[in-house]
Design a binder for this molecule. Structure first.
Ligand code: ADP
Ligand code: ZN
Ligand code: ZN
Length: 752
């Protein structure tokens, strides 16, 4: 007798066909089994989700129901928890379960034939068996002697010990709030170590926001765990890996051989049958939110998943998201996370000498005595009031002087500006022409090195014209500046400075300074970022110029001065999260300075600003994230913004702005005309505000017009319920809007 199965397949997000289809199978298959099924002319990967009702009960004809082609032998069914995670994600973020589930599996599972996959599995199995043979001479070659791992383990500080005690004894979730360099990673390592030692087969998931950060972390985890658990106990998962690597990591995690999975946001979906600990490092980072397909937040899913699996979860950050900060308020005020505070940098206590050195080169207003013990070892923050500088100053005189002194001593400086290219606009003073992109509502950026105008939104690129295209004026000029110009400018300003100790036969005057730039342009070639970072680490570079790319995570030991050239824009941005981002970016950047304990006492962060008295900078000056957070949360509470309300955005893209807005407005009207009459929905709608449709701030990209509509509610539950109900109305609206290209819902959007 055949049985009937509900099988999840990948169908287009809004296809009329749901993603759960009924198939026939000669034998029962447990939920979670990976199968191949026919769909139309194709054969595709499917996941058995549940037993299905008999065809007659579903108004289907039994003889029209197709059979499962086969199962992926050798791959155990995905766990119930994994399926619940997928189901939750799909429902919460308003996508089909098939799309979420299939996107969460490594692409090769979909693309390889059953035979190819089986071959791969057999090969992996053989390797595993070989590795487990007891006769094998102790640690695999290339690794240091067995006990170095233990020697590498530093004695924990009191703060680290307290944090770990809490993690062992309390249920969590935990928010590990600790300055950069306060030893958070060491806490993760210990928490994982304790888990692996105590619980045979337990698995841990450690997430970082960026691919670039995984190699560093992987090296640290391997150095710590390879000896006891073998080099295959640690695997990575991120989109920079080849499809074959991703499949191997996935299989290792799924079968339990990998004990630790390190990865970017996609790793939150890794199949980990014995998951007991999740770490989300830099939990505030916007990269944890997906910006396409199901726009999930890996951090939020990590919390959900931990609860589901009974695992512990640690969120770590020096500048937590205001959401997590709010959730970790004291329990008697409603907090649900336990906040663990580590407020000192490692090595900060021995900072006595720093004071005298500092005093000798005071160029700005504050003196070192302004540092309270709470942030000893953290860099001194200096604000340069640009109102007092000559007009059009790029690098103020005191900053330049400070940089000269640093590089003369063989220390490194990092200068960042959040704008790549040479100049954001080219401009003709005679007729007012500007280098607009013909396809987007944006200017094309001037890149001097290849003399192009490039649109950073649609990619449209042209050679720079010799004269103004409207009036023929040959004198078109750059307006504003980007990293490329900053690099050039610094080269000119510091042309007379020689590298210390560089006098030689070839360079009798000494060598000029080395200035490097790291941004999306300089790192386009594969491997370019790695080699550029290596150059910074090895000390070949004196001054590093870049975008926020360089502010994140990298452990630059010899950088003692970090400067933000023009960070003010974010203070006045329309996005209510802009100040939060700026603060965390500047704190991160500050964290780059003085990572080396012997230099940290002496390190500085410079902020060039027209708003020196702004509370954000005042809080930054004293490294006081809690103060900044309280102030921001107070404002958000007053304005009813997240985390005091829940939001969703509906975005629409169309050939014209009218159609994009029309779609949204029709869906909005349906709330009053339809939903309001649904029995029992009053109670939900009462808590929902649907705002009018508006053009997005980037209104047109690649000739596609974009509009959005905000939905808000003081209650997350009410918003969720509303969105579930509204979904069918949005679908129903679509056919009426000719020229609509796509629409999507973004739940808990990060950018408004
Ligand atoms: P974070 O993750 O908070 O930036 P890390 O864990 O990377 O901090 O620690 C910063 C530096 O201090 C690292 O070089 C690390 O090896 C070292 N470190 C961490 N904990 C200790 C400790 N207890 N004793 C000595 N050094 C430590
Ligand atoms: Zn002109
Ligand atoms: Zn464009």
């Amino acid at each position: 007798m055949d049985t009937w199965l509900s099988i999840l397949v990948q169908t287009p997000a809004h296809a009329a066909l749901g993603s759960m289809l009924t198939y026939r199978s000669p034998q029962p298959l447990p939920p979670g089994t990976l199968v191949r099924v026919p769909l139309g002319q194709r054969e595709m990967l499917g996941i058995v989700w549940a037993d299905a009702a008999a065809p007659e009960q579903q108004a289907l004809q039994a003889d029209k129901i197709r059979s499962v082609v086969g199962t992926l032998e050798g791959i155990a069914p995905l766990s119930d928890h994994w399926r619940q995670l997928i189901q939750f994600c799909a429902q919460y973020y308003q996508r089909s379960a098939g799309e979420v589930a299939l996107a969460a599996l490594p692409p090769q599972l979909r693309d390889l034939s059953t035979v190819q996959i089986e071959r791969r599995l057999r090969r992996n199995q053989k390797q595993t068996q070989k590795r487990q043979q007891p006769a094998e001479p102790a640690p695999p070659s290339g690794l240091a002697a067995p006990n170095t791992a233990d020697a590498d383990r530093p004695d924990l500080t009191a703060a680290q010990t307290a944090a770990l005690d809490a993690i062992q004894s309390q249920p969590g979730p935990f928010l590990l709030f600790g300055a950069t360099g306060s030893g958070k990673t060491e806490v993760y390592l210990r928490a994982v170590q304790t888990l692996l030692e105590r619980t045979p087969q337990a698995q841990a998931l450690v997430m970082v926001p960026e691919i670039n950060l995984t190699p560093q972390l992987e090296a640290r985890f391997l150095a710590r765990f390879a000896h006891h658990h073998g080099p295959h106990a640690v695997v990575s998962m991120h989109s920079g890996m080849t499809a074959a690597q991703r499949l191997n990591s996935w299989l290792a995690a799924h079968c339990g051989e990998a004990r630790i999975v390190l990865g970017t946001r996609m790793a939150v979906f890794a199949s980990l049958p014995r998951l007991q600990l999740i770490v989300v490092d830099e939990e505030h980072d916007p990269s944890y939110k997906s910006s396409e397909g199901a726009r999930y937040s890996a951090r939020d899913l990590a919390i959900y998943r931990a609860r589901l699996e009974g695992a512990k979860v640690i969120l770590g950050s020096a500048t937590p998201s205001l959401e997590s900060w709010h959730h970790s308020r004291p329990a008697d005020q409603g907090g649900r996370y336990l906040r663990l505070h580590m407020d000192q940098r490692i090595g900060a206590a021995t900072d006595g000498v720093g004071h005298t050195i500092q005093a000798t080169h005071a160029t700005a207003t504050a003196t070192n005595s302004a540092r309270s013990p709470a942030y000893q070892g953290l860099p001194l923050v200096r604000r340069v009031d640009m109102n007092n500088q000559p007009r059009n100053t790029v690098i103020s005189a005191p900053l330049l002087q400070a940089m000269r002194e640093r590089v003369a001593r063989g220390e490194q400086c990092m200068v960042f500006l959040n704008r790549r290219g040479y100049a954001p606009v080219l401009h003709c003073a005679a007729c007012g022409w500007k280098s607009e992109c013909p396809h987007c509502s944006a200017f094309r950026v001037f890149h001097k090195f290849d003399r192009t105008l490039r649109c950073h939104h649609c990619g449209f690129t042209e050679r720079v014209m010799p004269a103004c295209p409207t009036c023929g004026n040959p004198d078109i000029a750059p307006l504003g500046r980007g990293t490329e110009q900053l690099e050039e400018h610094l080269g000119e300003l510091l042309a007379d400075v020689r590298r210390p100790h560089s006098v030689s036969a070839e360079a009798p005057q000494g060598e000029p300074l080395r200035i490097a730039r790291i941004d999306a342009d300089s790192t386009r070639a594969k491997g370019a970022l790695t080699s550029q970072l290596a150059a910074v680490h090895s000390g070949e570079v004196d001054i590093l110029v870049g975008t926020q790319m360089i502010a994140k995570g990298h452990d630059f030991r010899r950088i003692t001065l970090v400067a933000a050239i023009n960070p003010d824009n974010a203070l006045f941005a329309s996005d209510f999260r802009a100040p939060e981002r700026l603060f965390s970016l500047l704190m991160q950047a500050a964290g780059r300075s003085g990572r080396d304990a012997t230099l940290s006492a002496n390190s500085e962060v410079w902020i060039q600003t027209f708003q020196p008295a702004h509370p954000l900078y005042a809080a930054l000056k004293v490294h006081d994230y809690p103060r900044f957070a309280e102030e921001q949360l107070r404002q958000r509470a007053q304005a009813g913004m997240p985390p005091f309300s829940a939001q969703a955005l509906v975005r629409a893209e169309a050939r014209t702005q009218e159609v994009a807005q029309q779609f949204l407005e029709m869906a909005r009207a349906a709330v009053a005309s339809d939903m309001a009459h649904w029995p029992g929905w009053d109670a939900v709608l009462q808590h929902i505000t649907v705002y009018p449709a508006v053009p997005m701030s980037m209104q047109r990209i690649a000739n596609v017009e974009r509009a959005q509509m905000l939905v808000e509610s003081p209650s997350r539950a009410a918003l969720q319920q509303f969105l579930q109900g509204w979904h069918s109305l949005l679908h129903a609206t679509r056919p009426a809007c000719k020229g609509l290209i796509r629409w999507a819902v973004d739940v808990d959007p990060l950018a408004i």
